[in-house]
Design a protein around this ligand. Structure first.
Ligand code: FAD
Length: 292
């Protein structure tokens, strides 16, 4: 099932993200966690690609397993910046052979070594290069791209970021998924601007439930997201009580999703981070809205 076909409905589409194990010994526990999430029968599940490609073989193993065992459509992430053309072509061939049709085409983060290396030697400088390659190899792939309501950290301004985003979409992205954000107004603003710039593909809103106080710093560092005062107060109040923080973080994410849907954002992707309990709680909080 192509993900683009799931995104056109007026109903709320709720999908979950998982990540592959970093080591062989963690494979079984990660597989079990992803299966628990798949049993919830979300619209689709995405499986991330380890930075630098370190866990690349497991991305596809997990994606294939979810699809075959539970019939849940899967989206396999693929990054390119730190890989040779040969490696990326091998991965694309593996994806083609696995029957997974949906690919999230990403550049990947720049390591300090990459930042200091000669960019003219890179085969893939940006995600747009990967999108073009994927479309050339198989026009039937359904391709997703990343977007940033609060600007990608390397961009100097939003106008430039949106100009490159349009180039990426025109190269063949069927849909976009946003970086996490904690203030819905930032998304509404962003959507207005990209629509005005002529980007018309569906945009899936990425929601990260913060379920422990330690996650906060990491999440901000990773995404550069703005923390609204309402969210800061919640962390201040409940951060030292793990159960209360988990409950409050799930409630905050649920609230964000309800507000998004009420404002006609129908596609929401939850960064569920291999946590079946979090995925289950959010889904059950929305059961009537989802029509379950
Ligand atoms: P790009 O689209 O290439 O954009 C990166 C920067 O380059 C932006 O500032 C953009 O404005 C600029 N730019 C784009 N095109 C051009 C151009 N032609 N010329 C000059 N500048 C340009 N990382 C992983 O390692 N594994 C994952 O599985 C993963 N999944 C992700 C999923 C989502 C939804 C998101 C939002 C991010 C994910 N990331 C993942 C992180 C991602 O790899 C980083 O955010 C990375 O820094 C940028 O990737 P991109 O695909 O957005 O890059």
């Amino acid at each position: 099932m192509k993900i683009i076909n799931l995104l056109k409905s007026e109903k709320l589409s709720l999908s979950f993200e998982v990540f592959p194990p970093k080591t062989d010994s963690a494979f079984d526990s990660v597989k079990t966690a992803t299966e628990e999430i798949a049993k919830l029968k979300p619209s689709f599940m995405s499986v991330t690609y380890g930075a630098g490609g370190g866990t690349s073989k497991y991305t596809l193993d997990i994606a294939k397993n979810i699809k075959q065992m539970y019939g849940v459509p899967t989206l396999a992430h693929l990054t390119c910046v730190s890989s040779t053309k040969e490696t990326v072509l091998e991965r694309i061939e593996d994806i083609k052979n696995s029957g997974v049709k949906n690919i999230m085409a990403l550049r990947g983060d720049l390591t300090p070594e990459l930042e200091n290396s000669d960019r003219s030697l890179w085969h893939y400088r940006n995600a747009v290069d990967l999108v073009r390659e994927l479309k050339e190899i198989n026009p039937d792939f359904c391709i997703g791209g990343a977007c940033y309501p609060e600007i990608h950290p390397e961009s100097s301004n939003q106008k430039e970021d949106i100009k490159y985003l349009k180039e990426k979409v025109d190269a063949g992205c069927d849909f976009l998924t946003t970086q996490m954000f904690f203030d819905n107004n930032l998304l509404y603003n962003f959507l207005y601007k990209i629509r005005e710039a002529g980007i018309t593909v569906p945009v899936i809103a990425g929601i990260m439930p913060i379920t422990n106080a330690n996650q906060v710093e990491r999440a901000i560092k990773m995404s550069g997201s703005h923390m609204p005062q309402r969210f800061k107060s919640l962390v201040d109040k409940f951060g030292s009580n793990p159960d209360a923080m988990k409950q409050a973080g799930i409630a905050y994410a649920t609230d964000q999703i309800i507000d998004l849907f009420a404002n006609n954002v129908t596609n929401v992707h939850v960064y569920s981070m291999n946590k079946p309990v979090v995925a289950e709680k959010i889904q059950s909080n929305l059961s009537d809205i989802l029509g379950l």
